[in-house]
Unconditional design. Structure first.
Length: 176
């Protein structure tokens, strides 16, 4: 068997390491929509794979548990997140994104649509830092408290937001 070239994992590591964890309150609206879009996609994956632990679960393990990101890269990312005071929710989400990227690198056959589940979450992080799950179960994104809901309540065909930079910027503009 040929070694797997980890383009997707490497790109995901680079994206996570480049995030400005200081936050940005001027992008709260787009970040809220990106979390809702992640929840929509995660619900589809949970229903399709039968996985438990929605919304922040290891989607890759439910598809092909033998395919994992390189442990050294996982350790590098978790160390970076710890050094930047990111909590368990962000750390787990980032590690889960790495393992999903490993599926892409290994060219594992995935169910069709929706698109890759972690792109909205990575964009959310890139647009203003982390999030946390509050004591009441709400997902805190800046000043927004987003109820995670259930798999069933998050299943919908239409995306909450387009992932294009211009569409996200328009949501955050004063006239948006």
């Amino acid at each position: 068997m040929e070694p797997i070239v980890a383009h997707h994992v490497a790109a995901t590591v680079d994206r996570i390491l480049a995030i400005n964890w200081g936050g940005s309150d001027d992008r709260t609206t787009s970040r809220g929509y990106l979390m809702k879009e992640y929840l929509r996609r995660a619900a589809w994956w949970a229903r399709t794979t039968g996985a438990e632990g929605f919304p922040f679960f290891d989607i890759a393990a439910s598809v092909e548990p033998a395919v994992r990101a390189d442990p050294l890269l996982v350790d590098r990312v978790t160390g970076h997140l710890s050094a930047n005071l990111q909590g368990a929710a962000v750390t787990n989400a980032c590690v889960n994104a790495l393992h999903f990227a490993a599926l892409l690198d290994a060219e594992v056959q995935l169910p069709s649509a929706p698109p890759e589940p972690f792109e909205p979450l990575l964009l959310l992080l890139e647009r203003g830092g982390g999030f946390r799950v509050g004591g009441g179960g709400l997902i805190d994104v800046d000043t927004l408290g987003i109820p995670p809901g259930t798999v069933g309540s998050n299943l919908r065909a239409e995306p909450y937001v387009e992932l294009e930079q211009s569409a996200l910027d328009a949501l955050d503009s004063p006239s948006g």
